[in-house]
Design a protein around this ligand. Structure first.
Ligand SMILES: Nc1ncnc2c1ncn2[C@@H]1O[C@H](COP(=O)(O)OP(=O)(O)OP(=O)(O)O)[C@@H](O)[C@H]1O
Ligand SMILES: [Mg+2]
Length: 386
């Protein structure tokens, strides 16, 4: 499968069928189709955990008793194969307590399957807006744990692994929860490995409407700060319980930043908090979370904090050393793109943008966007098309 990878070398994937490393049990191996077929009861509907852009995910149990989640590619085309290859490539490189590691894969002539550890508390999406939302298991402490853990997973990808990795699809359905509600960031099929010395690249737009940074959505400019923007939206979602895009009566769609903006301006923090918390939250932590989210969703990528700063601030420190006045300035999606969004009606947060070369934001009403990759003064673009 190495030949199908375009992002960079894949020596690890080709060499190893069994790797042990890092913390915990990180061994992965190649599975046979028959093994996975048996483990998932023939990929039966009863075993189905959910469905995404890549295909369906099934619960299973291996012959040695391990509970697994098996993601089965729905169509064998070059785009899907690329996603599969990137996911396996990236997963083979990363080891972190907040990243969902690879348990194995199966790559036969006409199937592609990826095997992960089964996460008993499913996805953050299912708790915030899906079938587990009614159980109200997410108290404030858990929410903070999820926010900080997800941020730490991203920090590792951006700053600790070499080459650095940009996830490009940070969203609630891609944050899975283990039995202790420790978050594990999943789904690296859209990830980009950043060669050393490259600060950003220009790519086609992939990702999910509602979480996309404006410079990425408009110009395909991708850097770590795109993930920071998505994380800011995710953080707002965690503390407010609002969807990134919601449908209002009459069909009008509104982003979470548009909703939050006036409440933040008026200092109505209590109205921002998820009603499911019933007022049980740490007020300082809440304000700090809104503060961090506001910094992350700024339209100018260079003004967004790094994930190092985000983690530090969420843990109660402020490395910027000053008290910031929290403000969110929302940016607007084009109406026709909002039409494509399906996030509001169910657990499946759809809205996935496959390969779009168009910008997804309308003219900036609130803020004037400058091309962030234009060198000040000399007018030269420094982006690199990859
Ligand atoms: N390791 C796992 N453990 C438990 N449930 C999982 C696991 N992986 C995925 N799931 C469940 O399967 C669902 C589908 O996941 P999948 O990643 O295919 O789609 P998605 O995240 O909804 O969309 P996208 O394709 O855009 O990532 C998830 O929402 C999640 O609830
Ligand atoms: Mg997913």
């Amino acid at each position: 499968m190495g030949s199908s990878l375009s992002c960079c070398g894949n020596d690890k994937v080709d060499e190893a069928t069994n790797i042990t490393g890092g913390a915990g049990n990180n061994t992965w191996r190649i599975f046979t189709y028959k093994e996975l077929h048996t483990a998932t009861n023939g990929f039966s509907e009863d075993n189905k955990l959910g469905e995404g852009g890549f295909g369906s995910v099934y619960w299973g149990r291996t012959s040695d008793g391990l509970q697994i989640a098996v993601k089965k590619l729905k169509a064998m085309n070059s785009k899907a194969e690329m996603e599969f290859a990137v996911e396996v490539e990236v997963l083979g490189r990363v080891r972190h307590k907040n990243l969902l590691g690879l348990r194995g894969y199966c790559a036969g002539t006409d199937q592609r399957l990826i095997v992960y550890d089964y996460m008993p508390n499913l996805s953050l999406l299912s708790h915030l807006h899906g079938h587990l939302a009614g159980d109200v298991q997410l108290d404030w402490k858990k929410r903070m744990k999820i926010a900080i853990g997800s941020a730490e997973g991203l920090l590792y990808l951006h700053h600790e692994v070499t080459p650095h990795i940009i996830h490009r699809d940070i969203k609630a359905s891609n944050v899975l929860l283990d039995s202790d509600f420790e978050p594990l960031v999943a789904d690296f099929g859209f990830a980009k490995l950043i060669p050393e010395g490259v600060s950003h690249m220009t790519t086609r737009v992939k990702g999910t409407l509602g979480y996309l940074a404006p410079e990425y959505a408009m110009w395909g400019k991708v850097s770590e700060s795109c993930d920071v923007y998505s994380f800011g939206i995710l953080l707002l979602e965690i503390v407010t319980g609002r969807k990134p895009i919601e449908k209002l009566p009459g069909g009008v769609k509104r982003t979470v930043t548009e909703w939050a903006e006036p409440l933040i301006t008026k200092g109505k923090f209590k109205d921002l908090a998820d009603p499911k918390l019933r007022g049980n939250f740490d007020e300082n932590q809440f304000k700090q979370s809104i503060n961090v989210a506001a910094l992350c969703v700024q339209s100018e990528p260079e003004n967004r904090p790094t994930m190092k700063v985000v983690v530090s601030m969420l843990k109660g420190h402020d490395p910027r050393g000053k008290v910031m006045q929290t403000r969110i300035k929302s940016v607007k999606y084009k109406e026709e793109l909002l039409e494509l969004d399906q996030t509001s009606d169910g657990e499946n947060d759809g809205g996935g943008l496959e390969e779009s070369e168009c910008g997804v934001f309308g003219p900036m009403e609130v803020q004037k966007m400058q091309d962030p990759y234009m060198r000040r003064g000399d007018g030269k673009k420094i982006g690199k098309k990859m």
